[in-house]
Design a protein. Sequence first.
Lengths: 577, 188
Amino acid sequence: MTNTEIILDIGGMLLFLIVLTLLVKPLGTYMTNVFQSKRTFLSPILMPLENLVYKAACIKQDEEMDWKDYAKAMLLFNCLGLIVLFLILLLQGILPLNPQGFPGFSLDLAFNTAVSFVTNTNWQAYSGESAVSYLTQMSGLAVQNFLSAATGMCIAVALIRGFTRHTSQTIGNFWQDMTKSVLYILLPISIIAALLLISQGVIQNLDPYTNSSLLQPIQTSDGQSIKNQTLPMGPVASQEAIKEFGTNGGGFFNVNSAHPFENPTPLTNFLEILLILLIPFSLTYTFGRFTGNTRQGWALFTTIMMLFIIFLGVMYLSEYNGNPLVQPGVNGSYMEGKEVRFGIGGSVLFAVSTTATSSGAVNTMHDSLTPIGGMVAMLLILLGEVIPGGVGSGLYTILAFAIIAVFIAGLMIGRTPEYLGKKIEVFEMRMSVLIVLTSGILVLLFVAVALVTYSGISSILNPGPHGLSEILYAFASVSNNNGSAFAGLNANTLFYNLLTAIAMLVGRFVPAIAALAMAGSLAKKKYIPPGIGTLPTHQITFVLWLAVVILIVGALTFFPALSLGPIVEHMIMHAGH
Amino acid sequence: MKYITTALKLFAILMVLVGIIYPVAVTALAQLFFPREAGGSLLYDSGGNLTGSVLIGQPFSDPKYFWPRPSATSGYQYNPLASGGSNLGPTNKDLIDQISNRTELLKSSGIQAPVPSDLVESSASGLDPHISMQSALIQIPRVAKARNLDEETLRKLVLEHVEERQFGFLGEQRINVLKLNLALDSMK
C-alpha cells in the first residue's frame, strides 16, 4: 500500500466517525421525544397508526407497569416470537413464497435459528441462499430483526426511567414502548435505508433464482463441465436495512455483507456501517437527555468512542502489516477473506463496528483475519458488547459498568456511591454484576465443555491455536448475542446447535431481566441532590475510570484464554517468517 | 396470564406490518424507481440472452481472458449458490500452500513477480467481481499473446475500465473483470 492509500483510508474512517457523531444528537433527541410521547415531525402520519394499533390490540394508553409486569410482558412477547419463528422454519416446505422449494429445517437447527433471531444474536448455522424461502426471510427472520431490536430498546428505556423517576412503582408500559420503537424508529429509517441500498445495486424482488450462461464455460476438478451460473434472488434490501439498523446481523446470503448483492459498493458499505452504529451511539444521548443532563450522556459517548478508536487503530495496523508467511513473491495488502471494493479500510471499519455492537454482520471473513485483528474482534465481543453494544442492550450493559465503576470508586474514596442522584446499594450491585458477568461465565464454561468433548473439537477447521480461537469466538459470539463467527467452525451439529442456543438464551434474558429489576429498584428510590462527597460522573476523570473498569473486567476474565489462542498464533506467525 | 391476548394481538399486528407490508411496499417502490438494480444488475448479450450480473464474478481460466480472484465456493469457483470464503487462518499450512501454488501458476503463465495479493488470495464472498488495477495490468502480456493484440491497445482498455474510489476516498480502486472481458470479446 502506498502512503496516499493509507491517508485516504484513515481520512475515510475519520470522516465516517464525524458523520456518526453529528447524527448522535438529532437521533438521540428524536428517540427521547418518541419515548416521552412528545410530538415529533412524524407524528402527523404515525400517531393515527399508533392509536389504531393500541385500539386493535386493546392496549390502554394510560396504564403503567411495575418492573415485574414489564418483564413478564417482555418475556411473553419474546416467547411468542420464538414459537412462531420455530414453526415457520419447520413448516417452510409447505408454506408459500418458496420458489426454490426448500424443505423445512431440522428440529435442532430450527430451534437454534429461532433462538438466534429472537435474542438479537443472528448466529447462523445455515446458508441463506440454499436453505431459506422468501417467506421465512421476510415474515419469519426479518420480523424478529425488528422485534428483538425493539425489545432491546424497551429494556434500555425502562432502565433510563428507573434513573429519572423518584419514589415510583412503575417503569413504563412494554406494549407502548414496543409499538413506538417499531413505528417511529425502526420502520421509517429502514424504508429510507432500503431504498438507498437498492439504488446502489442491492437486490429487491420476489423472482425465482435465474440461470445465466458463463462467458467462459469451465471444467471442475472432477471433470464436470459448468456452462451456467445460477443467480440467487430475493427481497434482500428490505432485510439488509433492518439487519444493520437493529444490530441483528443475520445475512440474507451465507457470506452476509460480503455478498455483492447485499453490499455492492463502497457507499453501501459506508451506509451499512453507519446503520449498525447509529442507534447504539445515539442512545447515550437519549440517556443524557432523559436524565436532564446531556453531559452524563456525552460522558458515556466519550468513553465508548475512545475505546472504539483504539480498537479500530489496533486492527487496522494489524491487517495493514498483513501475514508475513505469505509475503515472499506477493505484493500488496493481505486480502485473504476480504473484498477488493472495500479494501483494508472498509473491511476493518466494518469488522470493528460489527463486533463492537452486537451486530455480527460481516463483510470480511473473520476466521482469515490476522491473529491480532481476529483478537480485537473477539475482545470487543468479550468485553460484554458495550463499545457501544447492541441496540438497547449496549446501553443497559454500559450503565451496569458505570454503576460498578461508581461503586469501586466509592469504596476507594470512602463515600456512599451514588449515580445520577440514586444511592447505589447491594441490590443494584448484584444486578449490575449479573448483567456484566453472565456472558463471561457462559463463555468460559461452554468453551471448556467443547474442548473436552469429541463433538466440540471435531467441528474445528484450522489446526493449532487457531482452532481454539474458533471455539472461543463461537461462544463469545453467542453468549454476547453478537452472531458473527470464525466461520470455519462447522456449527450445524446437534452439539453446537443446542449449546449455542442455550448460551444465546441465557446471555440475552438473564441480563435483560436483571436490568429491569434494577430499573424497578432505582425508580422506587428517592432523589439525593449531589453533595460535596458525590463523585462527578460527567467529567473526564470518570470517563477514563469507566474505560479502565471495562478493560480490567474483560482482561481479568479472558486473558488466559486469549493468550492460548490468538496471542500464541501471532507469535507463531512471526517466528515462522 | 392477563397479557396473553395483548401479546398475541400486538404480535400479529406487528408481524403483518413489518413482515408483509414493509417488504412488499419496498419491493413495489424498488420496481418503480430502480428496476434494473432491484433485479440484480443483469447483463444481456445482443441476442437477449442473460450473460450474468455486473455484481457477481465469473470464473475465467482461458489465457485469452483476464483472470479473476481465487474463489473458495464449493462445487465450482464462483458458484453463487454457495457464497463463502476459505475461512483458512493466517498460519494454516493449507492457506500458505494454496497461495504459493497460485503464485507459481501465475509465474508459469508468464507473469513477472511480485504478484498482487488479490490475485492469489481468495475473496470473502467467493463472488468478488473485482480485481485491482495492478492485477489487470500484469495480465496484459498473456492476453495480448493469446489474442494476437497489441499490448498498448489492451493497456488503454484496462485503464478505461478502472473504477476509482467512490467519491475519491471510499473503498478501493478496482476493475470489474466480467465487464473487462466482455469488452475484450466485443473488440475488432
